[in-house]
Design a protein around this ligand. Sequence first.
Ligand SMILES: [Zn+2]
Length: 229
Amino acid sequence: MLLENLRAEVLEANLEVVRHGLVLYTFGNASGISPDRRLVVIKPSGVPYEKMTAADLVITDLDGNVVEGSLRPSSDLPTHLALYRQFESIGGVVHTHSAYATAWAQARREIPCLGTTHADYFHGPVPVTEMSDADVEKDYELNTGHAIVRRFEKLNPISMPAVLISGHAPFTWGRTPMEAARHAVILEEVAKLAYRSAALQYEAAQLERSLLDKHFLRKNGPSAYYGQK
Ligand SMILES: [Zn+2]
């Protein structure tokens, strides 16, 4: 079997979002890209998580041709591939319909940065992408990827590892498949906190720029000092 380590990582990333209650039935998918950035390992379409093994995962090239695997890849594969082609610093992508993040996507509202839990992982509001009717009619999943890339023209995908697809749901990514899965879990928590804060009156509570930068950069910047070396 090709890419056994990456297969194991991608299986774990898929199971991580299930463990945290982000996924119902067969919703959602996680993938990872090989170190040489030529092959992608992704969840098969419509296989129950309880029965999924590393061998069920599908390997494709960056054009979506199946290289190894007997099952069909996730239908969202073209979105994952568009992100890998454009964001060269990412190693994993995760898509869920987790309830609170999806509620913000359906409301077509970015998730405002209201607190330090958010600022620890997302350096500003989590953006929303828009898609036209033409984008949806043909090559919908590929165009979803293109819409994300357009929205990130002036954003760094490493300091903003999440996006909301308007009327749909979130995508997250990271340097590894597991980091992408953790970002999906944290995004859901941040979306839940923001929803509840908004219910209480968030206009009064926008996080100060100083706190946003402090919390993001102490964990992620060049002079990060959070955690163990
Ligand atoms: Zn979806």
